[in-house]
Design a protein around this ligand. Structure first.
Ligand SMILES: [Zn+2]
Length: 300
């Protein structure tokens, strides 16, 4: 099998050497299906004020390549944004906001906000449910209490449900979600959103899964044999916990779902690393702008 090594730093630099090349790429992505003025819907334009912006010839509305996207009003250059994206999607450790701030000489609040926007772009499209054999389990992970940093005795436990395709002993694609408790109504959303109805789902013997058998006729419950029958799943749970603790040790409970999304965005693309930067750029362009206050409100 050919190993996909991903886009090397050298290739990245050659492809996006400066602001101009980044803006050109974003403009081409943004108007790939043609141009239409946001104001008057006219489809004719001339060159706008900024590089690669477009000015409507009818109403003179000037639209930049970044406006209306998740790059809207970023406080640093677009080439820096591309570099941070490259680090976030390709580095093994996932480049947390503290590391990004040091590396690019920015304030941590700035890199944190940018990371939040990137996480927004990493949300699942919900269009590719898990298929065939799917193993589901729950686990707990400790997070610091609101306002506190790092791990301490006062950490809170967050409950998570995880579902991963089981392919000949190895892992396929996967998803996870924060849950409030282990009731059927809390466990059901990950099934509804991420698991195909005809999938051969395997869970432990917990009663919360039982009512789901009407909608998932191939769901089988197995008593846990000291973890032997869910070996692959337990390895994946351990990997996820290590990532969260190692990379995002300051991740508060309110943001856990976003870090889960980030983890599985990368996990589900681990065999397509060559295209991951282009994929996230496309999602950033297709996404709508979000602000700091919106993110804070979302987390409460
Ligand atoms: Zn117009």
């Amino acid at each position: 099998m050919k190993i996909d090594k991903g886009l090397s730093r050298k290739e990245f630099k050659e492809k996006y050497p400066d602001n101009s090349s980044c803006l050109q790429y974003l403009g081409e992505l943004k108007w790939a299906d043609g141009y239409e003025c946001k104001g008057c819907k006219s489809t004719t334009y001339s060159r706008g004020k900024q590089a690669y912006s477009r000015r409507c010839t009818k109403c003179q509305y000037d639209e930049s390549a970044t406006s209306g996207t998740l790059f809207h009003k970023i406080k640093f250059s677009i080439s820096l944004a591309f570099e941070m994206l490259y680090e976030i999607v390709t580095s093994k450790k996932g480049a947390n906001s503290v590391w990004l701030a040091e590396r690019f000489q920015l304030q941590q609040k700035t890199t944190w906000l940018f990371r939040q926007k990137v996480q927004e772009a990493m949300k699942s499209s919900l269009e590719h449910p898990l298929e065939d054999e799917v193993h589901v389990d729950e686990f707990e992970i400790g997070t610091p209490k609101k306002g506190q940093q790092g791990r301490s005795a006062s950490e809170e436990k967050v409950r998570v449900v995880i579902a991963i395709e089981h392919r000949n002993g190895a892992a396929g694609r996967g998803y996870a979600q924060v849950i409030t408790d282990y009731s059927c109504s809390s466990l059901k959303p990950i099934f509804d959103q991420h698991i195909a109805r005809d999938a051969k789902v395997e869970t432990d013997g917990w009663s919360g899964y039982k009512p789901l058998k009407t909608e998932y006729p191939n769901l089988k419950q197995k008593l846990s044999e000291k973890g032997e029958n869910f070996k692959m799943l337990h390895i994946q749970i351990r990997n996820f916990k290590n990532w969260i603790r190692g990379v995002h040790s300051y991740c508060n409970k309110e943001y856990m779902n976003k870090y889960i999304q980030e983890y599985f965005y990368r996990f589900n693309r681990r065999n397509f690393r060559k295209n991951i930067l282009e994929n996230i750029l496309k999602r950033m362009v297709e996404g709508s702008p979000i602000t700091y206050s919106h993110i804070i409100k979302q987390a409460i």
